[in-house]
Design a protein around this ligand. Structure first.
Ligand code: SF4
Length: 398
């Protein structure tokens, strides 16, 4: 596949349009369920005090997780911050906390439920906080894809590798079919492992659901060519691919992407280099291949934070990731003389992450403090068992 073809695919619309802030229902999506409670008004001047009081009342019974992309007004109440996998593990390491309030999106809360004990209850402050990327691969679509691979006579050679940013159903599919989960930090290790599961020259990987992380890892980190990768489009018959194309491919990339990182373009990189001479361009591997190829550094959210911590005073950085995080890092490192700007000129928040705001957090904490368990995220036992298998394979990666 050429870069131009990749770009062409990316401009097609997201299959599920984003819903307005938690006020509609979409049973086919992991997001879009109405918030059942009476939210406090966003203009209530006592919101911070109310959140503090409710959290204090709950004490050790509650543990609040804050994903890096959350708003500052929410992050201030997080007991710990991090990426989705780190947060799920942090929750599992706090068994005394009966309530895990996950300030993030739905698939993250599911992963926390899978990794925590049965006694711990995971709560998502706004049930409408989903992830558009996770929604791009449904269980039915992936089962259909597997049928296509079976008909092409290659299913036995295919190892699924699913990004953490996927629903519990997709993680369970991955576990059931001998595959592993990966994060943006260990995607190369996961792919190395997958290709070792059979004859490396015949083995193929079905990478779900982020085509960009799959392609960037295969091409940039593992030396494959763009032609080794094909994109399976679940909205086309047979994924839009012939059996010959599937048999020739090493990487079968699901046609999914992050609506936030997918916005950065080669023009954003060229433009920032012109505006800020000497700038270091540092992007997340969920960005398009041409953006990653043009960047100076590429890495996960944790990598980005560590790179900026280690950066010398006076250095200049343009960061291609979610805006809440970039702003926070810019403020944090400004006193050290590090200039940090957002890679693109247009605002680029994760709209679903932003659904978790102070009114939702206050409503959640006050409800829990009053003994009302709200917005619990619970994965059924069978799904949990297979999803856990896939997660455990990731934990055992060398
Ligand atoms: S930043 Fe992208 S991948 Fe992460 S939750 Fe938002 S839409 Fe999903």
């Amino acid at each position: 596949m050429t870069t131009a073809q990749t770009q062409e695919l990316d401009v097609q619309p997201t299959p599920l349009a984003l819903l307005l802030l938690g006020r509609e229902a979409d049973p086919k999506s992991e997001r879009g369920v109405e918030c059942p409670g009476d939210l406090p008004s966003p203009s209530d001047p006592d919101l911070v005090e109310r959140a503090r009081a409710a959290k204090e009342k709950l004490g050790d019974k509650v543990f609040v997780l804050g994903h890096h992309y959350q708003r500052d007004e929410v992050i201030q109440f997080a007991d710990v911050t991090g990426d989705s996998f780190k947060l799920a593990r942090d929750a599992a390491a706090r068994p005394e906390a009966e309530y895990i309030v996950f300030c993030g999106v739905h698939f993250m809360a599911e992963s926390a439920d899978i990794l925590t004990s049965d006694d711990q209850k995971v709560v998502l402050p706004d049930l409408a906080a989903g992830c558009s990327m996770a929604d791009m691969a449904t269980a039915e679509q992936v089962a259909e894809c597997w049928d296509v691979l079976t008909e092409a006579g290659i299913a036995e050679q295919v190892v699924p590798v699913s990004y953490m940013n996927s629903s519990a159903d997709i993680k369970a599919f991955t576990g059931k079919h001998g595959g592993t989960i990966c994060t943006s930090s260990n995607a190369k290790r996961a792919l190395d492992w997958a290709f070792e599961q059979g004859d490396p020259s015949a083995t193929k990987v079905l990478f779900l659901p982020d085509q960009h992380l799959g392609r960037n890892t295969a091409v940039r980190d593992m030396g494959m060519s763009l032609d080794d990768c094909v994109v399976y489009n679940p909205h086309k018959p047979n994924g839009g691919l012939t059996a010959e194309e599937l048999r020739a491919a090493k990487m079968i990339l699901w046609r999914g992407h992050c609506s936030v990182h997918g916005r950065f373009s080669l023009d954003s990189v060229n433009d920032v280099r012109e505006r800020i001479p000497g700038v270091n361009v540092l992007v997340h591997p969920e960005c398009k291949h041409e953006v990653v190829a043009a960047a100076d550094y590429v890495g996960s959210t944790e990598y980005i934070i560590k790179a900026l911590e280690a950066a010398p005073a006076g250095s200049k950085w343009a960061i291609g990731t979610e805006l809440n995080l970039v702003r926070r890092l810019a403020n944090r490192f400004a006193p050290e003389g590090k200039e940090i700007v957002f890679l693109d000129k247009t605002v680029c928040f994760c709209s679903t992450m932003n659904r978790i705001d102070l009114p939702h957090l206050v409503w959640t904490l006050e409800s829990l403090a009053e003994g009302n368990l709200v917005n619990r995220i619970e994965v059924d036992k069978e799904t949990e068992a297979f999803a856990k298998l896939a997660l455990e394979r990731m934990l055992a990666l060398p």
